[in-house]
Design a protein around this ligand. Structure first.
Ligand code: KG4
Ligand code: ZN
Length: 364
């Protein structure tokens, strides 16, 4: 039995979790800073770091307490060391370094982006990942920082085949909500208001999909672009007298149509990638994967003919269970980090994942 303590501070959640053998979640503590950042319409990195500092000791103690464990029962500390907001990451990384050093246990730096993918497997169990027939797997990671399509083969080789050339899907939700003066984070707020709206009321652009007869270059076939959509919402609001003047049914219809454009693009691009790369399964994770209409559409389009792994909602937004979960696979392969491990802000080139049975992670 391998007990991993996961720590996550890459953005605006301070989180800690105890996971046994990569799937048995003994505790999952998340302290959200949303209320602190909300007045600014987005996450303020220095404020996030200060809040993490304030919360981290308590959050980690709570995770141990909920799991009914002491730190000397923990086999390794896994921590998100990137990508993310640098001041925020440094708090978790420094804390994890201290824990590893003072308790003489290994430190494991984990990639936040790969941890989001792993989040889709936390409830169904790692055994799913051992079935060769689920590969190649096409994974869509949609969060505030990422919109990427990743192809993963049974040997753990991974390739980012599509990415956003401007805003991430989560940013499209957040910036849309900011424009309409509705608060932060935009995703859940827009989803709630869209429920009463007509998604066909207004035509918003579906960039890089070929919609409206616009040609898509081969290089952009699996790429995303959401900045045109945001600009279209801005013009739409201007015509109606400005973002804070849009109200009632018009507001509901506008948001439902805007959300529909995001969902439509994500599903279409994923479908094209699945067909092109001969994908056998589809994984959807990251904060935007909480979105109800998005989940319904993925179910509708893929669940009949493919294995569909939609991350459980509680593991879509930032949490440390996915960190401790993926950390177990590094632990098994003894892929430990040095105690002077660094944090990094941007997503590095991804070439493999550690969680496939015959993964070659760490061998190249
Ligand atoms: O994964 P996450 O917690 O943090 C990052 O790694 O970025 O994702 C946060 C993003 C935010 O942009 C937020 O608006 C979006 O996920 N989000 C949603 C929903 N819940 C969170 N987007 C659409 N619908 C939701 N229900
Ligand atoms: Zn995240």
């Amino acid at each position: 039995m391998s007990v991993i303590l996961g720590i996550e501070t890459s953005c605006d959640e301070t989180a800690a979790s105890i996971v046994v053998n990569g799937e048995d979640i003994r505790s999952n503590v998340v302290a959200s800073q949303i209320a602190k950042h909300s007045p600014y319409g987005g996450v303020v990195p220095e404020l996030a770091a200060r809040e993490h500092l304030e919360a981290i000791n308590h959050v980690v103690s709570q995770a141990l307490h909920d799991a009914d464990m002491k730190i000397d029962e923990v086999d390794a500390v896994a921590v998100t060391n990137g990508p993310g907001l640098m001041p925020a990451l440094l708090v978790g990384v420094s804390f994890a370094r201290g824990l590893a050093l003072s308790n003489d246990i290994p430190l494991i730096g984990t990639n936040h982006f790969l941890a989001h993918i792993y989040g889709a497997f936390l409830d169904c169990g790692v055994k799913e990942l051992e079935h060769e027939d689920i590969y190649p797997m096409i994974s869509l990671v949609v969060s505030g920082g990422h919109t990427n399509l990743v192809k993963i083969t049974a040997d753990g080789k991974a390739e980012v085949v599509g990415t956003t050339i401007d805003d991430a899907a989560g940013e499209a939700f957040d910036k849309g909500a900011k424009l309409l003066n509705l608060g932060y984070p935009g995703g859940p707020i827009l989803e709630r208001i869209a429920r009463n709206g007509d998604k066909k009321a207004y035509a918003f652009p579906r960039s890089l999909t070929g919609a409206g007869g616009k040609k898509v270059t081969e290089g952009n076939r699996f790429n995303f672009s959401f900045s045109g959509l945001k600009t279209a919402l801005l013009y739409h609001c201007d015509k109606l007298g400005g973002g804070d003047k849009v109200e009632g049914k018009v507001l509901e219809d506008s948001i439902a149509s805007y959300q529909e454009a995001i969902v439509d693009v994500l599903v279409r691009k994923t479908k094209d990638a699945v067909e092109f790369f001969g994908g056998k399964s589809i994984v959807v994770s990251g904060g935007v994967a909480c979105n109800g209409p998005l989940r319904e559409r993925f179910e509708m389009v893929f669940s009949k003919d493919y294995n569909l792994f939609l991350a459980p909602k509680k593991y879509c937004t930032d949490n440390a269970a996915m960190v401790a979960g993926i950390g177990f696979h590094y632990y098994q392969k003894e892929l430990f980090s040095p105690l002077d491990i660094d944090a990094y802000a941007r997503l590095p080139k991804i070439s493999n994942v550690p969680f496939c049975q015959s993964s070659t992670a760490g061998q190249e």
